[in-house]
Design a protein around this ligand. Sequence first.
Ligand SMILES: [Zn+2]
Ligand SMILES: [Zn+2]
Length: 203
Amino acid sequence: MPLKIDMHVHTCYSKDGLTTLTDLINQLRKRGLNGAAITDHDTIEGAEKILKNCDNDLLIIPGIETSTKHGHLLGINITTPIPKGLSIKEAIERIHDAGGISIAAHPYALFKDGVKLNPKIIDSGLDAIEVVNSSFFPFLPLTYLSKKFAVRYRMPQTAGSDSHIPETIGSAYTIIENDEASVDDIIEAIRKGLTQVWFLKMV
Ligand SMILES: [Zn+2]
Ligand SMILES: [Zn+2]
């Protein structure tokens, strides 16, 4: 069975998030997911707490959703906070220095401060594009546009729910074929573009 990882989840450590760390674990289990990336707005506090307290079989990847000058950027597999207000290029550099990968969050999304995709952003070292975000609005056109860009520029693709409440966790996820993958293997698979994206019908 391939692994299913929700690559974009907020907890109550985001100002607008309601999900407690216990809710998160329970919901991942209920949905049959193998893990999630914790991507709170401009903080890694929740991710740190869950990693310290979580002795279970789930793959929890620490991360952040950093508010750059040019829109929201996910920093995945980092344990160092990334300051907000940087340019995309600076934020990508900081994420790389921290050993992580950068993913353009909900590209083009109007009310969510999505990054506008262009070839320059790829030159800045962007690692992947979140082509499915459950809270995309309008969902299908934005998914189509993001996917089209990713395919055209051969960029790795991820999917995440962008949940701020427990019920929507797992409504979109990234699929990794290697069912014995560790967190590092998952990051490597994303880097190499060895992922598939999936979403459930709206919850
Ligand atoms: Zn966002
Ligand atoms: Zn988000």
